[in-house]
Design a protein around this ligand. Structure first.
Ligand SMILES: [Zn+2]
Length: 271
């Protein structure tokens, strides 16, 4: 038997045993992975399936994904192709924040109840699905976007551990216009205990962008917004140490670094 024939036979055996899984690169929790390819029909991960954008599958890796192997899939010609990526240990630094108002750290029973109520309203957004109404990169939420971030920072408020930072903070003067990152609908607008005056925009395909600590909002819940439209103004409402925009994104429920949606060429690419 020729070498070619043996190679073909081995390939056939591998195919019969299920599509071979090829190991891919390392990714950080909160990263975005793209996998471009001709004729891709569907994309999938952990039981979920969705459509590609312009022939590229995008995978949102939640910030709290434990370290380990993660299998990503896509369908071409009705056949599943898989890649494994290695989610690395949580790589983000610790950040200590001091708040003068202790009641924002040690919550009263009434505040705790309020936060739980708000979390239910907010949590209901992560399962929203609809046709994609955005393109990448998203539009920057400020006309002049400073360097910023601290996405993923493990946070201690007055020495007490709290949830990691699931957005990017951009310092800006109070009153600076805040812009919609893409077309969409205002899925939730309100004044929340931690995030202050906040807007949650639904751009379809499970992508929700968030704008926190606003001094005022210029759009109503249920209203339509256009990419680049002024939706509010920078402030320091809620639990904030000074005026800044906290900009965040959930994509199909996963907390991802929003800076990667503004510069998707920095996403991890599979080949
Ligand atoms: Zn923030």
């Amino acid at each position: 038997m020729s070498r070619l024939a043996i190679a073909l036979l081995l390939a056939a055996c591998a195919a019969a045993a299920g599509a071979p899984v090829v190991d891919g690169p390392e990714v950080a929790p909160g990263a975005v992975v793209r996998w471009p390819g001709e004729g891709v029909e569907r994309c999938g991960m952990a039981g979920g399936k969705w459509d590609p954008h312009d022939g590229t599958c995008w995978y949102a890796i939640d910030l709290l994904t434990p370290a380990g192997m993660l299998e990503l899939g896509r369908w071409r010609g009705g056949r599943l192709e898989s890649r494994r990526v290695r989610v690395v240990d949580y790589p983000y630094p610790v950040q200590h924040i001091t708040l003068a108002d202790e009641s924002q750290v040690d919550l009263s029973a009434a505040d705790l109840e309020r936060v739980q109520r708000e979390n239910q309203l907010i949590g209901a957004l992560w399962s929203r699905r609809g046709p994609a109404r955005f393109r990448l990169p998203l539009a920057a939420p400020l006309a002049e976007l400073p360097a910023g971030g601290r996405f993923g920072a493990r946070r201690f408020f007055n020495g007490q551990p709290r949830s990691p930072h699931s957005g990017a903070d951009y310092a800006a003067a109070g009153g600076t216009p805040v812009l919609a990152a893409a077309d969409g609908v205002v899925a939730l607008a309100g004044d929340f205990f931690f995030s202050g005056r906040s807007l949650f925009l639904d751009h379809g395909d499970g992508l929700i962008t968030m704008y926190f600590h606003l001094s005022e909002t210029a759009v109503e819940q249920g209203g339509e917004v256009r990419r680049g439209e002024t939706i509010g103004r920078v402030g320091h409402s809620g639990r904030a140490t000074g005026p800044h925009l906290h900009f965040a994104a959930r994509w199909r429920g996963a907390r991802v670094d929003p800076a990667l949606l503004l510069a998707p060429e920095r996403a991890v690419e599979l080949r």
